[in-house]
Write a protein that binds this ligand. Structure first.
Ligand code: ACO
Length: 403
């Protein structure tokens, strides 16, 4: 690296921290992670307690408002969200412009951004009431948009929200009912998906949340900022990992299954192979991701409830985990299963196609994104995000007279 700052007379100190490994970009009171201990808390409540004692609406309220709701607050919040589950009918025309085989994340990025065109009455970001309305709209409409993207890919009619169902039950119905046949929500499945939503609701300053904050710091509207988060989440190193993980398990199963696990692990450890064990490793957790433990439990419950106890992919995942946790390569690098290692198996068992996994993650993370965005804007001293760089290009030179 050439320190060119002197050449241009720049002064002051910069920290050079690629990947922001050691840079706090903000203060936040929403989520706490202790990566060494494998701890995760929303607003001070441990994730395992929230997953066991609360539903996703409790957690949304908590993340947005700072505390768990009492019974009246819960009822009011539920009905507020429920009242916003429909999307403007014109959005269907916009959706129909996409190729039906487009990736759902491509569609979702477009649809979420397009909400700003349909709901511009709540985009005054200086007004806390408008910010709250936008938050509720986004939380309420994401399930509808994800289900619409799914139905569109199947060529089936859209199923409108049914507001006497729970948030998660309504989503399942919009996904799986047809005009010919209603969908009876299975309680174990509903609870499992609700738990997936809880576990993905926020995770402090990960790549997509930092993207939402950076994008929102310019003063753009909330729908544009959340669309940026959706786009960032899509990558295989972030929210796309659950899809990549299930694809990896299916490929391994098709090529020998458990018998070939040893060979596969050798490939993972060979740096020249470019193969990673998807669903393993985390930038912050250098211990077991607490969400992965809960997801493994949920996975067992769902497979049992659906009579899929002998699911070969679950067995394969357990075997990969067992080998990895004993292998010095993973032990020395503190690589443990992350939340995505088992979530794909649960979603597949529920009937959700692999290509929709990241969209489900986006649906759940929307509450975290919007709460972080609101937290930033509520700080009177917030500044536009503007990282610096170390310039390593040519020094000043003249364009030749004859070209
Ligand atoms: N398989 C094999 N080796 C791995 C893996 C893996 N999944 N993850 C990390 N490593 C190795 C790296 O090769 C590197 O080895 P080296 O020190 O010998 O060079 C070391 O462990 C550190 O890895 P980094 O990539 O530097 O760690 P970083 O913190 O930057 O990356 C990440 C974290 C991106 C999550 C990484 O572990 C990964 O790619 N995992 C697989 C994808 C995945 O599951 N992502 C989901 C993340 S969780 C979420 O978004 C919800």
């Amino acid at each position: 690296v050439i320190d060119i700052r002197k050449l241009y007379g720049q002064t002051g100190m910069f920290t050079y921290d690629p990947g922001f490994m050691a840079t706090a970009a903000c203060e936040s009171g929403i989520t706490y992670i202790d990566g060494d201990k494998g701890q995760l808390m929303y607003r001070g409540y441990p994730i395992d307690q929230l997953a066991q004692k609360c539903d996703f609406m409790d957690v949304c309220y908590l993340i947005l408002n700072g505390d768990l709701p009492n019974a009246d607050q819960k009822q009011e919040f539920d009905s507020l969200v429920t009242n916003h589950t429909m999307v403007q009918e014109q959005m269907q025309h916009f959706l129909r412009g996409f190729r039906p085989d487009a990736h759902p994340m491509a569609i979702l990025t477009g649809l979420v951004g397009a909400l700003s065109a349909f709901y511009h009455d709540s985009t005054d970001i200086t007004n806390p009431h408008h910010r709250h309305v936008s938050a509720i709209r986004l939380i309420a409409k994401l399930p509808t948009l994800v289900a619409m993207a799914y139905k569109y890919s199947l060529g089936q009619p859209f199923i409108y929200p049914k507001n006497d169902l729970s948030y998660t039950g309504n989503f399942l119905r919009m996904m799986f009912a047809t005009p010919c046949e209603d969908y009876k929500v299975n309680e174990v499945v509903e609870r499992a998906l609700d738990r997936i939503f809880i576990l993905h609701a926020d995770h402090e300053q990960n790549a997509s949340t930092s993207t939402v904050r950076l994008c929102g710091s310019s003063g753009t509207n909330p729908f544009a900022a959340i669309a940026a988060g959706v786009a960032c989440l899509w990558g295989p190193a972030h929210g796309g990992a659950n899809e990549a993980c299930l694809n990896m398990l299916e490929e391994l199963q098709a090529n020998g299954g458990i018998d070939k696990v040893g060979e596969f692990m050798e490939k993972v450890k060979d740096k020249n192979s470019g193969v990673r064990l998807m669903g393993f490793g985390h930038r912050v957790y250098k211990n077991y991701d607490p969400r992965a433990k809960l997801m493994q439990e949920t996975c067992k419950e769902v497979l049992e409830a659906l009579g899929l106890e002998n699911d070969p992919l679950f067995k394969l995942a357990m075997e990969l985990e067992r080998i990895a946790l004993e292998d010095p390569y993973f032990v020395e690098r503190k690589l443990y299963p992350n939340v995505d290692f088992y979530s794909g198996i649960v979603q597949r068992a529920i009937g959700i196609p692999t290509s929709l996994f990241t969209a489900i993650f986006a649906l759940a993370r929307t509450v975290g994104w919007i709460a972080q965005w609101n937290e930033m804007l509520s700080d009177p001293d917030y500044k536009i995000g503007r990282p610096r760089q170390l310039y390593v290009g040519p020094t000043q030179r003249d364009v030749p007279d004859q070209r």
